[in-house]
Write a protein that binds this ligand. Structure first.
Ligand SMILES: Cc1cc2nc3c(=O)[nH]c(=O)nc-3n(C[C@H](O)[C@H](O)[C@H](O)COP(=O)(O)OP(=O)(O)OC[C@H]3O[C@@H](n4cnc5c(N)ncnc54)[C@H](O)[C@@H]3O)c2cc1C
Length: 385
């Protein structure tokens, strides 16, 4: 059993993994190139939304994650702005209605008691919705959290349990001896351990390639607008049907030609009152720039769905990189051809919801314990064999 583990990457997946390892009494070193949450976990939305997860392994992992979140503030002794306020998917067209009906049916079979509301019922529950809406879904179990607070609280709790955290330290190589990974090199310094967990989000393939392992994780950019502070405007997680279509669409299809930047509305409100108005889904490499066309398209979709937003000021925009995989599932588990090496990455637009659950699973696997749930659907071998 591993007694000494290195975790590379200080996003939600890496900090969660480090926390659960430290809590089990394992000697952990977390190594991060910049700062905690400097990557995608610090440039994203705040939804722990289960109704948008694909039924099957992703929904199961989501349910596991949602249960962890219910008690995480007490466990970490931190305010995470966690709130279980429910969530809705907005339906504008008959085509969307058909697709969402199917999704709801499959989610109900999987145990999520999602309701389909008429436009009128939805406007009663969420004032401000456009009059043209045909309806929405509604599930009270969806929640939200401040991702930055989760990352910092996980890192601090890991430290309290004995973990060492090295920031500003970019890992440039994985060290191997006799066919096994035995440590990492960062800033010219070599550190050895019984196991190394790579949790680098979109940057994961860059480090794994140095040891000959190819992984199909690519960045999928999302742009988000931030409004001025406003009084309570939305009390739930809100996604549009177009957002769901962009999330699950196949490349090269009709929808891609009509909406190349994958714009669809996601809306949430921060603890300080700003609205986070997303988003897009774009394959443009590691480019993190925000672009006027996409910002305009996001704004237009927001005003169409919430006409009152026309008078609101947007104070800034930012972009983050979702770690996309071709089948929409993350990679969680060992690298078969390199004993001692583990990967936890590729959570696309679900990493905040799934980060703590992934950390708990990864911590078990890295020290040779049973994962605690079925991880076969997340094995790296599905891409390498
Ligand atoms: C616009 C947008 C909206 C989103 N909204 C949601 C949402 O509402 N709900 C949800 O569940 N998910 C959402 N996501 C997805 C979620 O943000 C990601 O899946 C998650 O943050 C990925 O976390 P991670 O720990 O894998 O990667 P990251 O947070 O990117 O962490 C990787 C870390 O590795 C560090 N690093 C990189 N290279 C090295 C190196 N060589 N050595 C050491 N460190 C290195 C980076 O600095 C970074 O801190 C959204 C994403 C985007 C872009």
């Amino acid at each position: 059993m591993a007694e000494n583990v290195i975790v590379v990457g200080g996003g939600i997946v890496g900090t969660s993994t480090a926390y659960y390892l430290a809590k089990m009494g394992i000697h952990v070193t977390l190594i991060e190139a910049q700062d905690i949450a400097a990557g995608t976990s610090g440039a994203c939305d705040r939804a722990i939304m289960l109704q948008s997860k694909a039924p099957g392994p992703m929904l199961q992992l989501g349910l596991h994650g949602a249960r962890i979140y219910e008690t995480l503030e007490d466990e970490l002794e931190a305010d995470l702005e966690y709130r279980r306020g429910g969530g809705m998917i907005l339906i504008e067209t008959e085509e969307e209605m058909t697709a969402i009906r199917e999704l709801v049916e499959r989610q109900r079979q999987a145990g999520l008691d999602i309701a389909l509301l008429s436009g009128e019922q939805a406007r009663e529950l969420q004032p401000g919705l456009g009059a043209h809406l045909l309806g929405t879904t509604w599930w009270a179990g969806d929640a939200e959290v401040n991702p930055l607070k989760v990352c910092f609280a996980m890192a601090q709790a890991a430290q309290r349990a004995g973990a060492a955290i090295r920031m500003g330290s970019k890992v440039t190589a994985l060290l191997s001896e006799r066919g096994r990974v035995v440590g990492v090199e960062a800033e010219g310094k070599r550190t050895y351990a019984d196991a190394v967990v790579v949790a680098l989000g979109v940057w994961t393939p860059l480090l794994l390639r140095t040891i000959g392992v190819e992984l199909p994780i690519v960045p999928r950019k999302g742009q988000i607008l931030v409004s001025e502070r406003v009084p309570a405007f939305v009390s739930h997680n809100i996604l549009s049907g177009a957002y769901i279509a962009a999330k699950h669409r196949k490349d090269g299809g009709k929808e891609e030609a009509q909406n190349p930047a994958g714009v669809g509305l996601s809306l949430g409100q921060t603890g300080s009152g700003s609205l986070l108005i997303g988003g897009s889904r774009e394959f443009v490499g590691f480019d993190l720039s925000t672009t006027p066309q996409v910002i305009r398209a996001i704004g237009q979709s927001a005003v169409r769905l919430f006409p009152k937003m026309a008078g609101m000021r947007v104070i800034r925009a930012f972009a983050g990189l979702r770690p996309y995989t071709p089948d929409g599932r993350p990679v969680i588990g060992p690298v078969e051809e390199w004993p001692g090496l583990y990967v936890a990455a590729g959570h696309e637009g679900d990493g905040i919801a799934l980060g703590p659950a992934t950390g708990r699973i990864m911590a078990n696997l890295a020290i040779g314990r049973p994962a605690g749930c079925d991880v076969a659907p997340f094995a790296l071998s599905r891409f390498t064999q």
